[in-house]
Design a binder for this molecule. Sequence first.
Ligand SMILES: Cc1cc2nc3c(=O)[nH]c(=O)nc-3n(C[C@H](O)[C@H](O)[C@H](O)COP(=O)(O)OP(=O)(O)OC[C@H]3O[C@@H](n4cnc5c(N)ncnc54)[C@H](O)[C@@H]3O)c2cc1C
Length: 431
Amino acid sequence: MNNESNMGKKHIVIIGGGFAGINIIKSLDKEKFDITLVDRHNFHSFPPLFYQIASSGLDSGSISFPFRREVRHMKHVRFHMGEVKSVNTSAKTITTQFETISYDYLLIAAGTTNNFFGMNDLRDKVYTLKSVAEAIRLRNEVLDRLERASIAKDEDEKKRLLSFVVIGAGPTGVEVAGAIGEMKRYILPREYPDLDKEDLKILIVEGADKVLRTMSEDASRHATEYLGHLMVDVKLNTTMVSYDNNIVKFANGEEVYCETLIWTAGITGEHIEGFDKSVFGRGGRFIVDSYNRVNGFNDIFALGDIAYMESPQYPHGYPQLAQVAIQQAKCLAKNLNIGEFKKKFEYKDKGSMATVGRNRAVADLHKLHMYGRPAWVAWMFVHLISILGMRNKLTVLINWIWAYCTYSTSLRLLIRPTKYPYRRHWDLAKE
Ligand SMILES: Cc1cc2nc3c(=O)[nH]c(=O)nc-3n(C[C@H](O)[C@H](O)[C@H](O)COP(=O)(O)OP(=O)(O)OC[C@H]3O[C@@H](n4cnc5c(N)ncnc54)[C@H](O)[C@@H]3O)c2cc1C
């Protein structure tokens, strides 16, 4: 790859093609900048629907979009698949497992990864939902357990195989617990005649005193009710302290047996070597000013989930949401395009939503609070328009209509990756 930018044009390197990365590419002036997008995957994905991959509601291809296709008409943009390991801020270079690339401006939009709050052994034991690969891993595990439980002769063995605990009752935890609850309620009786739906237990555990704690009281109350409808047990004011030999231990001394632990309780900024500790704030995020400039730098910016920006309204930093990433991308592009830092970032909160099975969702849209079917329809509309690619939008819509009419999808395929031939450099990927 040619690391030199064209005469007079500045070279921008963007780490991460998530919501922030992909949106800033679209807004930067092609006459002023050459851009290299670096991502460890060769596709953009849509995290809000990862839980539907995990519950076999959608296939991964319908919520992912190849970067090369997205930038194919942008002659000023190059794509490099690789994982950025380090940044050399003096030499102005980034290094992946494959090569070193120089930049004039560096935009860090690498998002977040799972945070196990010091319980690092959990990484090897629990299921997470921070990437498409992690969602597929969970889907395979759920399907494998249903198959094994169907042929288990011992009743206790069936129950052990079908014991699920979700840690964290934010939107991701609630949505994944609800989706497994839907499988229990609607799929098991139809397709698994050897299983009694009562054998499958789902427990969702939350440290706060309500589910969806960042949403309104009403949203939380309705979501708890919907989880009950899907036969999901809810445990509040409870913190997990360990998970060993399939026993989940809580701070209050209680213990629960569980063979599939799904962790949605915490995130931390993706770590990239080469920076002093002083640039990192809460949650391992880069401290930035209201123009997204990383503390102490004029040529390095962080945006989206990995950026920690305080404001009077958000003294603990902006929430890690898609809208914040998209709006920061647009604001930073404006400043870079004019070559001056004039426009401070201001977040326009468009509200939040979560869905708990078919026909049931909650939405807080400023003063408007919606529940049940109207919220569910609004939720589907918002997600459909946000997915990249017309083919993807149509595929998702058709899948949803089909699932709504038949209570089922034909996506419950357990396709395991093969180990050989072994590719050593693939180990460098996080998953
Ligand atoms: C399961 C789930 C559900 C969610 N639901 C919602 C929702 O309903 N509504 C909402 O607003 N938000 C939701 N979010 C949050 C939302 O997805 C994030 O706020 C948003 O994705 C942040 O965008 P970003 O561009 O900062 O990071 P991301 O979208 O996470 O993108 C980061 C990109 O950087 C790449 N990357 C990371 N590290 C490296 C590296 N070292 N080298 C190269 N590439 C790298 C990754 O591959 C990825 O493509 C959800 C998140 C998850 C995980």
